[in-house]
Design a binder for this molecule. Structure first.
Ligand SMILES: Nc1nc2c(c(=O)[nH]1)N[C@H]1C(S)=C(S)[C@@H](COP(=O)(O)O)O[C@H]1N2
Ligand SMILES: [Mo]
Length: 441
């Protein structure tokens, strides 16, 4: 019999910090790259107790491998993170979870259906009572700190629905493939965030004339376990930081922000790669130059200035930082593969968004892009929120169809029907989303 509480405890420890849990359980006094030789110690008996018997071939077990008994199925892991069982786990160290298109149908994305993109480990605990946000940097008149209570009580509250889309959404379609999470279409969400304007906080610190950029710092831990190593620290030019919709948020969808999404405080910046929306927010630096934290430099979140050959190596000075995200849409109903009865109308709907712009028109095609039908498109709930579109179609005969969806932004730019410009890190694939629909007699 497995001791349930011990099992849960070990699971919780592995979830919070797999590397530390592994070290705690097995010890690490011999070769750091293999467990060979130290399973004699106390770690072995602890693990044997949890597993209900000794690991017979313990000496052959690779380092860092969690015994399969301790791994739930995807559903179990998803449930523990408060996620809908239909989501797709792309990686569990760190957690990266994608939402299938048909689960993005809600107007406001519920927490259970929000994709998760972590670069490091979710903080193990949150000292909410003593949580502070510090504003500092070369370009502030004075360094200031706020408690959560200060933020909630001393500044006006604002609520916006904001599209947060990972810069790598759609990466899975690039050829040759780009390294990183193989997102398809579901690394996007539009939740409702409540907080204070970053602008109001920056004004308290006093923004110097030479301010160029802001950079955030969160409290997640680096995968290496090194407490001094920053996981990710990105930011935006000061003009974007000062926009009305740029929030330091303490609530999401009317509740506390969930652990995976930045509890208890998060920077939220709609329309730009979601990597600029720093989770578990502790500090914002106002910089006198383009922020240079981890994942701002090198080739992170950058695309070639001019088109390149697929597979080409692009030098850093030929890359630009991604700012506003390109126009895109997703079909959220029906689910791909839907089966209709003869004569049944096909109702299709989804969302469309366009970075800092808005979506002007939405079209769908059932003949591989030969002809297009205009969809009904709603105005956004607020600037930088996605827009609902709906359309009713008639299928001329029984058989197999594909529905393609194409949005046009307020500057007249349309989504491409095929994968756009290849780039080394696989960003900004905004090709039309397509689903399969069948009609059978
Ligand atoms: N502190 C911190 N903030 C972060 C990240 C992170 O790993 N650590 N990931 C970023 C990236 S790359 C994305 S796409 C979004 C994902 O937000 P979500 O997990 O709430 O969907 O958070 C961003 N903010
Ligand atoms: Mo991302």
């Amino acid at each position: 019999m497995i001791e349930k509480s011990a099992n849960q405890d070990i699971l919780a420890r592995y979830e919070a910090d797999p590397i530390a849990a592994d070290r705690e359980t097995f010890g690490r006094e011999s070769d750091p790259n293999t467990r060979r030789g130290f399973l004699r110690n106390a770690g072995l008996s602890t693990m044997a107790m949890v597993l209900g018997g000794p690991i017979v071939f313990a000496n052959e077990m690779p380092a860092g491998m969690i015994p399969a008994l301790l791994l739930g199925g995807d559903e179990e892991a998803l449930a523990k993170l408060g996620k809908d069982k239909g989501l797709t786990i792309l990686n569990d160290k760190p957690w990266n979870i994608e939402t299938p298109a048909h689960l993005l149908d809600d107007e406001v994305t519920p927490a259970a259906r929000m994709f998760v993109r972590n670069n490091g480990v979710i903080p193990a605990e949150f000292d909410v009572a003593n949580w502070t946000l510090t504003i500092d940097g070369e370009s502030v008149e004075r360094k200031v700190s706020f408690s959560l209570n200060d933020l909630k009580t001393k500044f006006p509250h604002h609520t916006y629905r904001l599209v947060l889309e990972c810069g790598g959404n759609g990466r899975a379609e690039f050829d040759p493939p780009a390294q990183g999470n193989q997102w398809t279409v579901g690394a996007v969400q539009c939740a409702e965030w409540t907080g204070v304007r970053l602008r109001d906080l920056l004004e308290k610190a006093g923004i110097k004339k030479n301010a160029v950029y802001i950079g955030y710092y969160g409290s997640d831990t680096h995968l290496s376990g090194d407490p001094d190593k920053v996981v990710i620290s990105r930011g935006v030019p000061i003009r974007k930081a000062l926009e009305d919709e740029t929030l330091v948020a303490f609530a999401m969808n009317g509740k506390d922000i969930p652990a995976a999404h930045g509890h208890p405080l998060r920077l939220v910046i709609g329309g730009w790669p979601a990597s600029v929306s720093g989770k578990w927010l502790k500090r914002i630096s106002v910089r006198n130059k383009v922020h240079d934290g981890p994942k701002m430099t090198g080739d992170s979140y950058k695309v070639p200035l001019i088109p390149v050959e697929p597979g080409e190596t692009v030098p850093e000075d030929k890359l630009r930082i991604i700012e506003s995200m390109p126009v895109r849409s997703v079909i959220t109903y029906p689910k791909s593969g839907a089966m209709l009865k003869p004569g049944q109308k096909l109702n299709v709907r989804g969302h469309a968004w366009a970075g800092d712009l808005h979506v002007k028109e939405m079209h769908v095609s059932i003949d591989f892009g030969t002809t297009w039908t205009k969809a009904i498109l709603q105005a956004p709930h607020n600037r930088l929120a996605w827009q609902r579109w709906t359309v009713e179609l008639e299928l001329p005969a029984t058989g197999y169809y594909e529905v393609w969806a194409r949005a046009t932004d307020s500057a007249g730019v349309m989504q491409p029907m095929v994968v756009p410009g290849w780039n080394p890190k696989g960003y900004l694939n905004n090709a039309c989303h397509r689903i399969a629909v069948r009609m059978k007699g």
